[in-house]
Design a protein around this ligand. Structure first.
Ligand code: ADP
Length: 443
């Protein structure tokens, strides 16, 4: 108890004692001590009840309390109530101003922010940017279904994926097809989800310009390179034996440039595509082709094995998958010293998917390089890569092709022991093969 409250308490006890003593004194004077004491006690009780009623009335009226004056336990109670009411009001004001500041910040964001109720998929709140980007208007779309409001975006299936929903990238805005958006779903509580839409029109335009520029430059370089290459081929080193080493180097470099241009064109073509043809990719002939290519590149310097254990085929693009797989096989041959081993294996996974893996016993890749190895022109050892005739674009092409097939590239490698590049396909890319699997091995 605070000193003030203790003082008020003792003062009230003193008053009570005073009233009772006064009552008893008057009673003794008139010769009726007990009835007089009872009347005094009843008076005290009545006064306290009256004060209690007063407090209750003021609390139920929810009116603002006045700062109390006076002493005594009831005034002390009034003072405490007044203090807690003032504190509560100050806290409420602080919270309200914080809430307003948050709302103002969210409203001013250039990204569209929509709070969605998870269970009934209704719009609870949205900021100003949601109007130009997603076409949400206040108050029509407050409480509206997000699925119907944002048609034709596939919101139903996206929301159904919940926490596993992958961000939607580069999709057209439902109100303006010229606007390109990136959408993200952030489940920030059990009941409420945040949908964030970002305008990426400018970024996408720049990306298209970059892609077109690379494609155009590569295309323009193709013809002069073919001409230079053609004339170099026509020059006979026997005419001038001194020039022979120079001619050979020029031919090698023009060959490399031609390959570079071809790879750049392949990458641009892949980047411009959103989907690929859904063809039946027969894996038995694909594996035989890979083996032939590996043997041609290796020229008998490696032990090459090809295992077809899956007994299934894939859905996808024959041409692009072949280009990806043969890039991996070519790398395995190029980055494995003579006498090494190269194993290509196609097998089904436990989950129903399928994996094509290319394992070699070559130089291996230090772990620090693995995260960046699929970037264009990223090389572990520039000199070794140049010697091997690589362009630095092979793995970037592989990654793109696999991405278009919804597959992923897994790389495991140990320096000095070798590397394994595994292309993992989801079950929806796999389908049964009519003929029986063959196990093909070359000596
Ligand atoms: P490149 O045309 O230079 O081979 P890639 O994109 O195919 O370009 O590969 C990038 C780099 O990854 C290569 O320069 C090489 O250092 C490394 N690499 C790729 N495959 C292997 C492999 N099987 N063994 C060791 N290193 C590899």
């Amino acid at each position: 108890m605070s000193p003030d409250a203790r003082n008020a308490w003792f003062r009230t006890l003193g008053q009570l004692a005073l009233v009772l003593v006064a009552g008893l004194g008057i009673g003794l004077l008139i010769g009726q001590p007990w009835p007089a004491l009872t009347v005094a006690a009843l008076g005290v009780v009545a006064w306290h009840y009256w004060k209690l009623r007063h407090v209750l009335l003021r609390l139920t009226a929810r009116q603002r309390l006045q700062p109390p004056q006076g002493v005594g336990v009831w005034n002390e109670l009034d003072r405490l109530l007044f203090r807690s009411q003032s504190e509560m009001r100050a806290r409420k004001r602080r919270l309200l101003s914080m809430l307003r500041a948050y709302r103002a910040a969210a409203a001013a964001l250039p990204d569209a922010v929509v709070v969605v109720e998870r269970n009934n998929q209704r719009v609870l709140w949205f900021n100003e940017a949601a109007t130009p980007l997603l076409g949400l208007h206040f108050p029509q779309h407050q409480d509206a279904s997000i699925v119907t409001t944002l048609q034709p975006l596939p919101m139903a299936s996206w929301l159904a994926a919940g926490r596993n929903a992958e961000p939607m990238t580069d999709v057209a805005s439902p109100v303006n097809p010229d606007l390109r958006l990136n959408l993200r779903l952030i489940p920030y509580s059990d009941e409420l989800w945040l949908l964030v839409a970002r305008d990426v029109t400018r970024t996408m335009r720049l990306e298209h310009m970059r892609r077109d520029f690379v494609a155009n430059v590569s295309h323009e370089l193709r013809t002069p390179l073919t001409v230079v290459h053609g004339y170099l081929e026509m020059l006979d080193p026997a005419d001038n034996p001194d020039w022979a080493p120079m001619l050979a180097e020029m031919q090698r470099q023009s060959q490399r440039m031609t390959q570079l241009v071809e790879d750049l064109l392949t990458l641009s073509r892949l980047e411009a595509r959103e989907t690929l043809p859904e063809e039946h990719v027969a894996m038995a002939p694909m594996l035989s082709t890979l083996r032939r290519e590996a043997e041609a590149l290796s020229q008998g310097k490696h032990r090459i094995t090809v295992g077809d254990e899956a007994g299934v085929d894939l859905w996808g693009s024959n041409k692009e998958l072949h280009s990806a797989f043969s890039n991996l096989v070519a790398n395995a041959v190029r980055y494995t010293p003579a006498g090494g081993e190269i194993a290509v294996r196609f097998a089904v996974d436990a989950g129903g998917g399928a994996t094509l893996s290319v394992r070699d016993s070559g130089y291996g890749i230090p772990a620090a390089h693995l995260p960046r190895i699929t970037e264009r022109f990223y090389r572990v050892s520039t000199s070794r890569s140049r010697e091997s005739g690589g362009t630095g674009l092979g793995l970037a092409i592989v990654k793109h092709v696999l991405g278009l097939h919804g597959a992923r590239l897994e790389i495991a490698s140990e320096v000095g022991k070798g590397s394994t590049f595994a292309c993992r396909f989801n079950p929806d890319r796999v389908h049964a093969r009519e003929s029986h699997p063959i196990a093909a091995t070359s000596p």
